[in-house]
Design a protein around this ligand. Structure first.
Ligand SMILES: Cc1ncc(CO)c(N)n1
Length: 221
């Protein structure tokens, strides 16, 4: 079994929790209240902005130009399908840049982003790349699963389709291959740390849906 096959197997129970979360099942059924989806989009705007910047930071610490290029492709919001779809969605839902600025990170969004930065600054580029991977892989599985079934709400269908699209699934495949390569160049303890980073991100993915569904803020706000 390859390293990434093993990651996938270890994460499966955590990912199932995401696939079965009411945010997802209601989104697919067209029953998710729009307020919850808007809450998600605002938090995810923060997440995706940090996520893109992190790609560039990791790339600058890798020595292989091919590896760097894979990460830099995810560091830009231009020519990036996900970013284009998000811009359209935000505009269709009348979410203004002012509202985006005011949406301070909730605990789940903050914890997830902080974890990824920690993996880079206190860990290594390999661990940080492993921490990025569930973002691609879980969403592309989710998109692929849900696209056939379809959602009666057009904006939810658009959300799903974006992640089933070959542009997204191809970049997912590249990221899987990159993590596989980095793992093969790493020793046992580094591989263990990469697994840990991947599984923590998989946990945070679940918590992200939960946060959006409950519109959960810090208790002191
Ligand atoms: C929290 C989260 N994880 C993964 C993705 C997929 O890019 C996303 N948009 N948001």
């Amino acid at each position: 079994m390859t390293f990434t096959d093993e990651l996938h197997e270890l994460a499966r129970p955590l990912w199932l929790k995401s696939f079965q979360h009411p945010f997802i099942t209601e989104l697919a059924a067209g029953k998710l209240p729009l307020a919850k989806f808007k809450f998600y989009l605002k938090q995810d705007n923060y997440y995706l902005t940090e996520f893109a910047q992190l790609h560039a930071k990791i790339a600058s610490q890798l020595s292989n130009p091919i590896d760097q290029q894979i990460l830099l492709a995810g560091a830009t919001t231009e020519n990036n399908d996900e970013a284009l779809i998000r811009t359209q969605m935000l505009s269709n839902l009348d979410i203004t840049s002012e509202q985006l600025k005011q949406a301070t990170p909730t605990p789940a969004a903050y914890n997830y982003v902080t974890h990824m930065y920690y993996e880079l600054t206190m860990g290594s580029p390999a661990r940080a790349t492993a921490a990025l991977l569930p973002c691609y892989w879980l969403y592309s599985e989710l998109g692929t699963k849900l696209t056939k079934q379809g959602s009666p709400v057009p904006i939810y269908q658009q959300f799903i389709d974006g992640y089933a699209d070959t542009i997204f699934t191809d970049s997912t495949d590249q990221m899987i291959a990159l993590v596989e390569r980095l793992a093969q160049q790493s020793g046992q303890s580094e591989q263990t740390a990469m697994k840990d980073a991947f599984l923590k991100s998989s946990t945070f993915e679940f918590q992200f849906w939960q946060m959006a569904y409950q519109q959960k803020q810090w208790s002191f706000r």
